[in-house]
Design a protein around this ligand. Structure first.
Ligand code: ZN
Ligand code: ZN
Length: 431
């Protein structure tokens, strides 16, 4: 890896990434945030994984995903038709969310990876490849293939007592697709990919001379997308073209706006039924908490616990964490810096897992449609709950963690810097 200076995404400390060898990773010397991983194996491994993932995704579309059999009647569902089934039942928003999060975005992510890696392997790095790489990293948090699979497992437990469930070929193809997608993402490091683009294009970026400290203190700003450092008066990133800002514009206002809307939506999401089960003409609505209690009473304790954590604990915990982060920054709090940074990272990482319950309802509504015998329809709360998850994700994405450090006094900052560990000591062997 060539020498590069980057500012930490979490605390803005400028650091040099020259000493990292293949197989090592580097963490920020001040806040511990993972700065880069230097993978061994080059471009071929992630390219093969992305290609295999796409093949598995194509195989998962035409065949049955699952079938539901009760008293001689069979209802089959395929991934390609699941969105269409929900649309026909009169739930266009749920159909759109399902198609976007489990099919379109993951497929687009893999196609983009494949195109970028293939072009780089041809020793080419045209300007459009930079824009494509920027788009790829914007898409990342919104692909939810693995969250969907957990949702499918929960659905299976929920209806196991009602009828016979047949797992189709598509299900296994989708599992392999999700595995390939996750492995491709973990095998490509963003900092390394941006460097590779420059290296192949033959561009040598000028390293700014810096004093120890934050990028802002050095009159620099780092690109939100590619991390390249620029002087404060530069309007657009010279590498990826994104508009530049020293801090996210109106970060706190956006964080609060998304958060307050999420809190408001959380009430209907819990008070109204998330789905209605009609068994032999009797319709029974169930709320999120009601669903957890039913699973618990059925004796499916691990699944009840997963749904309870994903649907109740994570959204509440995430909203409380965001309130604490935004409030403490707004009031210039100086204490518990490392706890707040850890809380921010956790919030960023786990938010999407709350989508499990939305996927459970979507799968059940598409699958369990046996007319008067048994049928499941989504309740109004599912849209409100999906709104809560999306809005809390947007709220976390709008929060700029560097603001936590900006409000620290000189003494506070010096105390943290005294405990700092040299970068080389934090280079771990990956294997
Ligand atoms: Zn840091
Ligand atoms: Zn950039």
């Amino acid at each position: 890896m060539s020498i590069e200076k980057i500012a930490c995404h979490c605390c803005d400390l400028v650091q040099e990434l020259s000493a990292i060898q293949p197989g090592q990773k580097a963490h920020c010397s001040r806040c511990g945030h993972l700065l880069t991983v230097h993978h061994t194996g080059g471009l071929d491994t992630p390219m093969a994984l992305a290609f295999s993932g796409l093949v598995f995704l194509l195989l998962s579309l035409p065949f049955p995903f699952m079938a539901f059999e009760s008293q001689g009647r069979v209802q089959e569902v395929s991934l390609a038709n699941s969105g269409f089934d929900l649309l026909q039942q009169g739930f266009p928003l749920l159909a759109l969310l399902l198609t976007l999060f489990i099919l379109l975005i993951p497929a687009l992510t893999l196609c983009t990876y494949l195109l970028i890696l293939f072009t780089l392997r041809q020793e080419q790095s045209p300007p459009w490849l930079y824009r494509l790489t920027r788009m790829l990293f914007i898409l990342h948090p919104w692909g939810m293939a693995e969250v969907f699979l957990i949702g499918v497992l929960v659905s299976l437990v929920k209806i196991a007592g009602m009828a016979d469930i047949i797992i189709g070929v598509s299900f296994w193809a989708y599992v392999l697709f999700a595995l390939c997608l996750i492995t491709t993402i973990t095998r490509v490091d963003p900092a390394q990919l941006w460097q590779k683009l420059d290296q192949i294009a033959g561009i040598h970026r000028k390293l700014p001379s810096t004093e120890p400290g934050s990028a802002l203190k050095n009159q620099l700003q780092s690109c939100h997308h590619c991390g390249l450092l620029h002087p404060l008066d530069t309007a657009n990133c010279e590498r990826c073209g994104s508009p530049l800002h020293a801090r996210f514009p109106n970060s706190l206002q956006k964080t609060w706006a998304y958060l307050i809307t999420a809190i408001l939506l959380y009430l209907p999401a819990n008070l109204y039924p998330i789905m209605n089960t009609t068994l032999l003409g009797n319709s029974e609505p169930s709320t999120i908490l009601g669903g957890v209690l039913v699973l618990w009473e059925m004796g499916s304790y691990p699944i009840a616990l997963i749904v309870f954590i994903a649907s109740i604990m994570i959204p509440i915990g995430k909203m409380l964490a965001l309130i604490w982060l935004a409030y403490s920054v707004q009031h210039g709090h100086q204490h518990r810096v490392s706890e707040r940074i850890k809380m921010y990272r956790l919030t960023e990482l786990i938010g999407r897992w709350s989508m499990i319950d939305v996927f459970v309802v979507a799968v059940l509504a598409a699958l369990v449609q046996l007319g008067g015998l048994v049928s499941i329809t989504p309740g109004i709360a599912v849209i409100a709950f999906a709104g809560v998850v999306i809005l809390t994700m947007l709220s976390a994405l709008s929060f700029d963690p560097r603001l936590i450090w900006d409000s620290l006094s000189q003494e506070e900052m010096a105390a943290i810097n005294r405990s700092q560990v040299p970068l080389n000591d934090l280079l771990d062997d990956l294997r």
